[in-house]
Design a protein around this ligand. Structure first.
Ligand code: NAD
Length: 443
């Protein structure tokens, strides 16, 4: 039997077409989550040593808000949208009907394993799809907890969690799906895209890359560094939109390095673990020319390291996405140089800029990137009215709020015409008179 036959059969019952059914299921998801919150906190602690506070702020509360937002707006979003009809077609009614794709496959990521698995699920359910969910095997305790939580509380044909690693993913990808949603790295992103191409299945890819942070010298340095470090410390730097490296005017660099060191020495250092030994080893291998290295106690942890980048073309830390608490600082001589530095690399998932200058803002906003913030970091992800996603190698498609509903829906165009009017000019033979009239109508 196909791995998604049950979800296909359930979809065919048309139950998920009903908005009331979807609303009921979203409310049910919230209740199930509330009942299982403790298990999820325990699992997050085991996998990543995340505190309950950080787990609530960056995972659980975001999922609750997203469910509430969908419950509040779903009736409005799912209504057919009336659009204008052009002259050629009058009289007629034209509308866009939001239709679920059908059976969706969602891959979660390990770094925010609750958030990044359940957020796309909400969009898929809200749009009326049936779903198979594969959490990341790297956050194994969360994967187990999600499987138990979902599989015990939802009909298998509606939403079902399948656990496993690359082999399971490979098997799942052999099936034909109606939509695939993947969060993770570029390498696997390409595997997913190829597998989707085989069946011509549309997909969203939420990938990563190096997200630059430009810090100009016209800002409040203390506050800017405080915000940047908050974003870098979140989840020990294992955040897809963490500011990866700082770009600062060369003459300002020593001040920035010193302020980073000072704030690291005096601020709270989070206790989140690096996900596994392999990543810890990889991160240690990226440390070169450290300006300041903070030592922390505890298993599988790495203290923040400020790195003075003297040669961005050759230093390892500048060649790959860091995904850890390393903070390289790169100097530039003028804004053109900073912009071309970014533009010669793959398009970033996020870009951050700290400045008070409108002129600088205008120029930097012409750079292509997934999304970003001016004078802060990360926070654009927390606004459900903004689409979240990458561009180029940092991903394709977007989600959150209404954008999730849109991602998991096909927009079906339907025109309704009356039978009482049938203009003769549409039909051959096309005489001069008909052509003149047609030209008037289509111009
Ligand atoms: P990954 O890409 O290795 O794994 C993610 C998923 O892919 C897992 O479910 C895994 O089972 C599956 N997988 C692994 N190998 C596979 C294979 N050969 N075939 C099919 N599926 C396979 O995850 P990672 O690279 O460790 O994640 C980190 C990356 O994810 C970073 O680049 C980060 O920026 C990015 N990320 C992006 C977002 C976003 O929202 N854009 C969020 C989190 C992480």
């Amino acid at each position: 039997m196909n791995l998604n036959q049950k979800q296909r059969d359930f979809y065919q019952t048309k139950k998920t077409r009903g908005v009331d059914f979807r609303l009921l299921q979203l409310k049910h998801l919230k209740t199930v989550l509330q009942r299982n919150e403790k298990e999820l906190y325990d699992a997050l602690k085991k996998d990543l040593n995340k505190s309950e506070e950080e787990s609530f702020l960056t995972e659980i509360s975001i999922v609750y808000s997203e469910i509430d937002h969908h419950i509040k707006c779903l009736k409005k979003w799912s209504r057919p949208q009336k659009v204008k009809t052009n002259l050629l077609n009058i009289p007629a009614r034209s509308e866009v009907i939001y239709e679920p794709y059908g059976v969706a496959l969602i891959f979660g990521a390990w770094n925010y394993p609750v958030n990044l698995t359940l957020m796309p699920l909400i969009g898929a359910m809200s749009a009326g799809n049936t779903v198979v969910l594969k959490p990341s095997e790297l956050a194994i305790n969360v994967s187990n907890a999600l499987a138990k939580m979902i599989n015990e509380n939802f009909e298998e044909g509606h939403v079902h969690v399948v656990e496993g690693g690359a082999e399971t993913a490979t098997e799942l990808l052999k099936e034909k799906w109606d939509y695939v949603f993947y969060t993770g790295g570029e390498r696997v992103g390409k595997i997913i895209a190829k597998a989707c191409a085989e069946h011509l299945t549309p997909c969203t890819l939420e990938l990563g890359g190096k997200s630059p942070c430009i810090l100009m010298d016209d800002v409040d340095l203390k506050l800017s560094v405080k915000r940047i470090l908050w974003g870098k410390f979140l989840n020990a730097g294992q955040t897809c939109i963490a500011p990866d490296y700082l770009l600062v005017p060369e003459k300002f660099k020593s001040k920035v390095l010193e302020e980073l060191k000072h704030q690291i020495q005096t601020s709270y250092i989070p206790e989140v673990k690096i996900i596994n030994d392999g990543h810890l080893k990889r991160l240690k291998g990226l440390v070169e020319n450290p300006y300041y290295q903070h030592i922390v106690e505890g298993e599988q942890r790495l203290g923040p390291v400020v790195i003075d980048v003297t040669d961005a073309a050759s230093m390892k830390v500048m060649q790959e996405e860091i995904f850890g608490p390393l903070i390289p600082v790169v100097g530039f001589h003028d804004l053109d140089q900073a912009i071309s530095f970014i533009e010669t690399k793959p398009r970033p998932l996020a870009l951050y800029l700290f400045t008070g200058s409108e002129h600088v803002k205008e120029r930097v906003m012409q750079v292509s990137f997934g999304g970003g913030v001016i004078n802060d970091v990360i926070m654009h992800i927390s606004n459900p009215y903004l689409p979240f996603g990458g561009v180029g190698t940092s991903g394709m498609g977007a989600y959150h709020g209404k954008w999730s509903f849109e991602s998991f829906s096909h927009r079906k165009s339907v025109m309704t015409k009356p039978l009482w009017f049938d203009p003769f000019i549409k039909y051959p033979p096309y005489t001069d008179l008909k052509m003149r009239l047609l030209k008037l109508l289509v111009k």
